[in-house]
Design a protein around this ligand. Structure first.
Ligand SMILES: [Fe+2]
Length: 272
């Protein structure tokens, strides 16, 4: 099973740029084109939040148009830049969406069970798993406690050593960790929000953060640094499930890079 995780799309109304600088819509178009060229194709694509930048209907409509060419089935999660009602208005026919409340759901029918959490606190940059959302997760985990499972959520519930971003991590993380520790079948807690590729050991499993398909967050480890974005290469995560080895996470950069055969030294086209 192959899961492509894209994150932090920050889609704009058509013709606009994020912060007046980043053409996030063009970045998503490039990501979709590269996902469509993957061989083998991913079984599904999941976007872990900050789907759009300000939560407007126009942004969700632009997102819908940009995702239309995507060949693999896609699943969407909420980030702090998202707006649940506007999202539901523009995507009313996604069968997996609960009709109201947090956008939390389980993706069944694959070797790995995927649980999507909603960490959004509207109007805030930090995230939260409150008691009702945590109770929902406990019920979901208890329904198939031994099946390999990946939890997807926007805000990391763990610290990342980037003080400016750690301040907006997911609140309620201690209670969340206590639940996850009881389910060793959880292979990964796969997040977004930090616009970098990060791996940590957390709650008896592996926590990971996927890079953004657009701009990245600068790696600033000093306590006084202010958050900054940096145009490091866009990328996504590919989570490959092999029963004999578990879940393997690769970082795939988006773009066309020179490639050569080790044998003939001839240029190769990896993207045709
Ligand atoms: Fe983001």
């Amino acid at each position: 099973m192959l899961i492509a995780q894209i994150t932090d799309l920050h889609i704009q109304p058509e013709g606009e740029k994020a912060y007046g600088i980043v053409d996030t819509n063009q970045f998503l178009a490039a990501a979709v084109a590269q996902l469509n060229h993957l061989n083998p194709q991913p079984d599904l694509v999941i976007a872990t939040g900050d789907l759009v930048d300000e939560g407007s209907l126009a942004e969700y409509q632009a997102l819908k148009a940009l995702l239309a060419p995507l060949e693999a089935p896609f699943y969407l999660a909420m980030g702090n830049h998202d707006h649940r009602d506007h999202f539901r208005q523009v995507f009313p026919t996604l069968a997996y969406l609960p009709p109201s409340g947090p956008v939390q759901y389980v993706i069944e029918g694959h070797p790995v069970r995927l649980i999507v959490l909603d960490t959004l606190v509207e109007g805030e940059s930090y995230g939260e798993i409150d008691d009702p959302r945590l109770a929902w997760l406990e019920t979901a985990l208890a329904q198939a406690p031994h099946q390999p499972t990946v939890i997807f959520m926007h805000h990391p519930p763990f610290l990342m050593g980037i003080p400016g971003m750690d301040r907006s991590k997911c609140r309620g993380s201690e209670a969340l960790a206590a639940v996850i520790r009881r389910y060793p079948a959880v292979q990964r807690v796969a997040c977004g929000h930090v616009h970098r590729s990060i791996q940590v050991s957390w709650a008896g499993t592996v926590g990971s953060v996927a890079p953004s398909v657009a701009h990245q967050v600068a790696l600033q480890l000093t306590p006084t640094s202010k958050n900054a974005f940096v145009m490091e290469p866009p990328a996504f995560h590919l989570h490959l499930w092999q029963p004999e080895s578990g879940l393997i996470t690769h970082t795939q950069y988006i773009g066309e890079f020179a490639a050569y055969s080790y044998g003939t030294k001839e240029p190769l086209s990896l993207y045709a």
